[in-house]
Ligand binder design. Structure first.
Ligand SMILES: Cc1ncc(COP(=O)(O)O)c(C=O)c1O
Length: 385
């Protein structure tokens, strides 16, 4: 047989999804893969029940059903602070995962360089490989996960085609300040690069931090592909609904790529999700309160056990410091943690470009009783690791 494609020769399977399998194997409380153990608002699920009988059940418009795009554009225009035209500036995709992939393919040609901050969400590595981009990594250094502006400019001097920005960040929990975004924006304009954002955690932010959309900064709309998703905002990661918001020139290309990749996001689910997109502002306030409470519960519990950890400003991940332990690798530590203590975590090294083995990542998109169970297990077993 001839060899399969060389494109994926360097792919490993997703470490995050592997840790879910290991957690299941040992009956561990799975705080590895970041999805909630609770469902979407009932306005959405009730609407889905109606749609099961009434439809739609066939393809929607390739770049998204009219009413979904209209509702999304209205919601995001309010948040982003400029008018988004649902007819020409929105592409509805199968999650932010497809939004990011389609955006990369819209922007880069094979061999083009793309700046990626490290630590980074693991999909960006695969996105780069699949689109033929060459990643240039710029470190976000713990514990503050700030970047060095000169180091960033040095990367821009290589004339990359784009920068990938995850804000709020997975796994660091960093929320980029307006000043930091201004530095990135000025460099993007100066060196004529695009910015591809992943803003799936735009609504999951802890006081006093606020989310700034880089597309809203001067000169940025025309060079930004703002990717987002309903997965985290409405606790519906399995629905696979996401989007790209960008200028008509960019969406024109992104829509074609999206069409050939997936034809469209699921039509019945788009229809039901309109009930979420049109919820009032109170919903997002409650969502913040919900996650603020979960974050408080987990961090307080970790402090009580004496585990050093990051303080996330946004998103729902915390990095635990394991540098005192003597394991061969953080992957080995995570396997032992699942087996001996019964808690599933992700090795931090799967997010860092640098050789850093000092962290493991837990997420807290779980019911309070699930988090309490995980904390009890950590209390009993952490020090024996
Ligand atoms: C930063 C980031 N982007 C994208 C995704 C996936 O989003 P979606 O479900 O919309 O594909 C995740 C999921 O954990 C994530 O953490």
């Amino acid at each position: 047989m001839r060899k399969l494609s060389g494109r994926t020769a360097n792919f490993t399977d997703s470490v995050i999804r592997r840790m879910t399998r290991i957690s299941n194997q040992y009956g561990a409380v799975n705080l590895s893969q970041g999805f909630p153990d609770f469902g979407p608002p009932e306005e959405i699920t009730h609407r889905l029940a109606e749609i099961a009988l009434d439809g739609p059940h066939q393809y929607s418009v390739t770049w998204g059903a009219d009413n979904f795009r209209a509702a999304l554009a209205a919601k995001q225009s309010g948040l982003m602070g400029f008018e988004i035209d649902p007819e020409s500036e929105v592409v509805v995709t199968c999650g932010s995962t497809e939004a990011m992939m389609a955006s990369m393919m819209a922007v880069v040609d094979p061999g083009d360089e793309v700046i990626v901050f490290s630590p980074f969400y693991e999909n960006y590595g695969a996105d780069a490989i699949l689109s033929g981009a060459v990643p240039v990594y710029v470190p976000l250094r713990p514990p503050s996960f700030g970047f060095d502006a000169d180091e960033l400019e040095a990367a821009f001097k290589r004339r990359p085609k784009a920068l990938i920005l995850c804000n709020p960040s997975n796994p660091s929990g960093k929320v980029f300040t307006r000043d930091e975004l201004k530095i990135i924006a000025d460099l993007a304009v100066k060196y004529d690069a695009y910015v591809i954002t992943d803003e799936v955690y735009e609504h999951i932010i802890y006081e006093p931090y606020e989310h700034t959309y880089i597309a809203s900064l001067p000169g940025m709309f025309e060079r930004t592909l703002s990717c987002g998703s309903l997965s985290k905002t409405y606790s519906m990661t399995g629905w696979r609904l996401g989007y790209v918001i960008a200028s008509p020139e960019i969406t024109d290309v992104t829509r074609k790529i999206h069409d050939f990749l997936t034809v469209g996001a699921p039509a019945p689910l788009q229809e039901a999700a309109v009930a979420g997109l049109t919820l009032g502002g109170d919903y997002y306030v409650s969502l913040r309160q919900l996650y603020t409470k979960k974050r408080g519960l987990l961090l307080k519990g970790l402090d009580a056990i004496g585990i050093r950890h990051t303080e996330p400003q946004g998103a729902y991940y915390v990095l635990l410091d394991i540098s005192d332990f003597k394991y061969g690798s953080d992957l080995e530590f995570c396997e032992e943690l699942a087996r001996k203590v019964g808690v599933g975590a992700v090795p931090g090294s799967s997010f860092f470009r640098e050789d850093i083995n000092d962290f493991i990542r837990l997420h807290f998109a779980k019911k309070e009783e699930t988090l309490a169970d995980a904390l009890e297990r950590l209390e009993r077993g952490w020090k024996k690791m």
